[in-house]
Design a protein around this ligand. Structure first.
Ligand code: SF4
Length: 418
């Protein structure tokens, strides 16, 4: 372990040695139909398919076992993502109850949902069993754009559902996508203003990424469509920034805006080196060495941590049927990646640059201690010269230009791993 050289670094170091996960992610990879742009781990599944219920119940059992070995002792946030978790209906309700039982000190429990499968009844049940936050995949409030994206809900349904969800008092976030086919500056404005009008507390905005092995990618081929041009993407993100700021939503991460106090705690865990446990097909975990040793007590097939490993990343490689039939954590198979202190610190710097508050003094001090002060200072100065980041007190924060040229900013931080 690196020598502690200051109070800020000591505070930062504490999180690098937590012996339990502080965030829990559960992946439900089922969707009614694949969207045209989607390359996520999700599979078309008919509503009511017993496989979904068996899978969700298995995740509940795996969560219980993780809790039994202390892996959820410090767990503060849980997130059920997909796929379309709301498609699992009662299976999702049971899973949320299981999470509440096994991680009783949660500050936030989010479920992802889509307007086509989140019924009023399900909304009420989720609230009753302890879901505190819904992240709803709206993407657009234009029917023509939704059709192009292969989404199966209408703008009217999305609007009604957002209203109903906000009225329950649950925290509501919605995702919107820009630089999509048929979108104009005016229709983008209507989507952004439309979701603000119903009173959501959190909005995430993303430019559409055209992935090769998707229906949309095959239609586009080698073309570079004007509607997805980098300039259009930048303009729409800027437009969203102005519109959301005018409505009182404050940007706290490159793609995330929230009313004060409504920032997503779970996503912030990913960007601040907090250990998290992911369960389900293709779910990722990022564990400290200490938490990893706890997982190994019930997953003896996992390799021993390398002597210099300070962080272990696991990706579950089991398919949905294997997860549904798993008797316990010992049955799961993972890809395992071990990071030494240097790689972990470079990764933390890179992730911190996604957030408005950037890399704080603790992280910067720690990175200087384990990577080398000269190398870290050179990298940060280079970012400053390029207009990508700037010092602010003891922190380093990204500029808007840094986010627009994210690959350069994040790439320069990641180079410190080598
Ligand atoms: S709903 Fe989400 S996960 Fe499912 S196909 Fe569409 S984009 Fe992919």
């Amino acid at each position: 372990m690196a020598k502690v050289c200051g109070i800020y670094e000591a505070l930062w170091l504490a999180r690098l040695h937590l012996s339990s996960a502080h965030a829990l992610y559960l992946h439900l990879p089922f969707c009614v139909r694949k969207c045209a742009y989607c390359d996520f781990a999700s599979w078309e599944t008919p509503a009511g398919d017993p496989l979904m219920a068996a899978y969700a119940d298995s995740l509940g059992r795996l969560t219980a076992q993780a809790a039994d070995v202390g892996l959820l002792d410090g767990c503060k946030t849980a997130y059920v993502g997909g796929g379309t978790p709301s498609l699992a209906g009662e299976g999702l309700v049971r899973l949320v109850s299981d999470i509440r039982l096994r991680a009783p000190s949660l500050d936030e429990l989010t479920c992802e949902a889509n307007p086509d499968s989140l019924t009023d009844k399900l909304l009420g049940s989720l609230r009753e069993v302890g879901c505190t936050r819904l992240s709803i995949g709206v993407q657009s409030l234009s029917d023509a754009e939704l059709v192009e994206l292969g989404r199966i809900h209408t703008a009217k349904r999305a609007n009604e559902l957002l209203r109903a969800a906000v009225e329950t008092g649950i925290d509501v976030s919605c995702d919107l996508m820009c630089a999509t086919p048929r979108q104009t500056d005016a229709s983008w404005r209507r989507s952004v203003e439309g979701v603000c009008e119903v009173g959501v507390g959190h909005v995430s905005v993303y430019p559409l990424q055209i992935e090769e092995d998707t229906p949309l990618g095959r239609i586009v081929g080698d073309d570079e469509p004007a509607w997805n041009d980098p300039e259009v993407q930048a303009r729409r993100m800027e437009q969203a920034h102005e519109l959301l700021s005018a409505q009182g939503l404050v940007r706290y991460e490159v793609a995330s805006y929230a009313r004060p106090g409504k920032e997503c705690l779970h996503n912030q865990a990913y960007w601040t080196a907090v250990p998290y446990l992911g369960l389900g097909t293709r779910a990722c975990s990022m564990l400290t060495r200490e938490a990893y040793e706890r997982l190994r007590t019930v997953s003896p097939r996992l390799p021993q941590a390398d002597e210099d490993a300070s962080r272990i990343r696991l990706t579950c490689i089991d398919g949905v049927r294997a997860i549904a039939g798993a008797q316990g954590l010992a049955d799961l198979r993972y890809d395992v990646e071990q990071l030494d202190e240097r790689r972990a610190a470079a990764e933390d710097l890179m992730l911190a640059m996604r957030m408005v508050r950037g890399a704080g003094p603790g992280l910067v001090e720690h990175a200087r201690a384990v990577i080398g002060a000269t190398r870290v200072d050179e990298a940060l100065s280079w970012c400053q010269q390029q207009g990508l980041a700037e010092p602010a007190g003891g922190s380093w924060v990204p500029t808007v230009q840094g986010w627009l040229l994210g690959n350069r900013l994040y790439g320069r931080m990641w180079e410190l791993a080598e």
